[in-house]
Design a protein around this ligand. Structure first.
Ligand code: ADQ
Length: 466
């Protein structure tokens, strides 16, 4: 099985390995109606966790995954309201698939098991579980931004959507800003009492705690990979193949929220205003194919290829190509070798729940310098104060920050990078999981039956694409 590339998978894998949990998800495969009724959950065992696959029919994938999740909720939560598609049939399929997950979770879990749900694909699941199993230990982590109430209210089914989430004991978000948006939405749209100061909602079925717990990474794994001799050799090869003085990197899923065209326009602006960088600088954009069945993603790909072609056509000097564009997933070693080779990472999403690439780059470059340019619209900006910030909507500002980073003196670079690395180490994957557990378990009566062999409902651990 090939693991799919996404922030959700990167973030959850270290935790699920640690707790030896059961991971329940759609694995990217289609099944017949019979396969998908939950009668025959496919089981796959690894040495670290148990994976239970929930099959979806083609119609369900179209309505639930490509439709409701990727064409409605994803753009809405990232404030791209004009890209959101609202369709009653899609919503009905979203409900049906959430019920299917509920059936599977109820079959899989015993009394006191902790059920940890992930992301906007499963917003109705907490309530569906609690209806059948009142008092179930349910928590959900929301990986993307939570929109402000005036945007949330645009969703025609906003009330039901919010009530779905209120089946949880604890809901985790990346930032205090998203927590506030959620609490205000519940107040304004559902008319429920919400204690903004303490992050508590008095829901119809239970009291729900809400908090900001930004995801951390397994930095030790990144450091260890970065120290492997073949990875160090690979990084040196990348640098010598590219040539020039400076290598700048961007690594993203190919998604309109990640600001790839805007970043390229900043590079174009830089090369036009500061032509002395033409032969010195190479920008490497690595984009992993994503949601290729959704039209908006196909047109984004064409747009990026067009800009890359234009920049290289205009600014290639003495065979030095200023933009290298790779449209493919890399394995961990290749990815780390690229981070190691880069003097700078430019992480400039238009909107991003958190952004793990920023943290991964800091983990890999902690001892070797390097500069991080980060958008203030990435949730990670709250934690990563050592980064240079750049508004992705302003190519001039982004270009200026890139130049400031390249020309920064070594002492300042090291000071900033060690501040970044400190925060990535202190608030790592383990810290995140501890904080989730603490928030989840505090304030509730434990039955003493909680099983460490937790069941996790979520989307896409293997083989699927986000
Ligand atoms: P994503 O939108 O997928 O995650 P991100 O946090 O950047 O975004 O994670 C992407 C992951 O994919 C990283 O681990 C990165 O290394 C990997 N990756 C990207 N391009 C790659 C490539 N070409 N080859 C190999 N690997 C690649 C969602 C939210 C984010 C949030 C995460 C975690 O949208 O805001 O940070 O979940 O909660």
């Amino acid at each position: 099985m090939i693991p799919s590339v996404s922030g959700l998978v990167s973030a959850i894998q270290p935790v699920i390995r640690q707790i030896h949990g059961t991971w329940l998800a759609w694995g990217g495969r289609y099944g017949s109606e019979e396969d998908t009724l939950g009668r025959s959950l496919t089981l796959r065992k690894t040495d670290k966790w148990l994976f239970q696959e929930i099959m979806l029919t083609e119609a369900e994938v179209a309505g639930y995954y490509e439709g409701m999740a990727n064409s409605c909720l994803w753009p809405l939560c990232h404030n791209f309201v004009e890209k959101s598609v609202f369709d009653e049939d899609m919503w009905q399929i979203y409900r049906r698939v959430n019920r299917k997950f509920a059936d599977a979770v109820l079959k899989t879990t015993g009394p006191g098991d902790m059920i940890w749900i992930h992301d906007f694909h499963l917003a109705l699941l907490p309530r569906y579980i609690c209806r059948k199993k009142p008092g179930a230990r349910v928590s959900l982590f929301w990986h993307i931004p939570f929109p402000p109430p005036e945007i949330c209210a645009i969703l025609p089914w906003a009330k039901e959507f919010l009530y779905g989430l209120l089946g949880c004991e604890f809901i985790g978000f990346h930032t205090e800003g998203y927590v506030l948006n959620f609490l205000q939405s519940v107040r304004e749209i559902c008319g429920l009492e919400a204690d903004i100061t303490n992050g508590v909602v008095y829901g119809p079925e239970r009291t729900v705690r809400v908090g900001a717990v930004p995801i951390g990474i397994d930095w030790r794994e990144f450091e260890e990979i970065a120290s492997r001799p073949r990875v160090v050799r690979k990084a040196a090869e990348i640098r010598s193949d590219i040539g020039g003085e400076y290598v700048i990197i961007g690594v993203d899923r190919l998604d309109y929220t990640k600001g790839i065209p805007e970043r390229l326009l900043a590079i174009e602006y830089l090369l036009e205003r500061r032509p002395e960088y033409k032969e010195k600088l190479t920008f490497v954009q690595i984009a992993v194919p994503s949601r290729t069945d959704v039209a908006a993603y196909r047109s984004l790909r064409r747009q990026i290829e067009e800009i890359v072609g234009r920049i290289n056509g205009k600014h290639t000097e003495n065979f030095h190509v200023p933009v290298r564009y790779l449209f493919k997933p890399l394995n961990r070693e290749e990815l780390v070798a690229h981070y190691l080779a880069a003097d700078m990472a430019v992480v400039t999403p238009l909107k991003d729940g958190l952004n793990l690439v920023a943290k991964e780059y800091a983990a890999v470059r902690s001892d070797t310098g390097g500069v991080l340019v980060l958008s203030p619209f990435a949730g990670a900006a709250v934690q990563l104060s050592g980064a240079l910030t750049a508004n992705p909507y302003n190519p001039q500002e982004t270009a200026n920050q890139i130049i400031a980073g390249l020309e920064m003196d070594e002492t300042e670079k090291k000071r900033r990078m060690s501040a970044l690395a400190r925060s990535v180490r202190e608030q790592d994957a383990n810290w995140w999981w501890q904080r989730i557990q603490h928030n989840w378990l505090s304030g509730t009566e434990t039955t003493g039956e909680s099983s460490p062999d937790s069941a996790i409902g979520g989307g896409l651990p293997q083989g699927g694409t986000l």
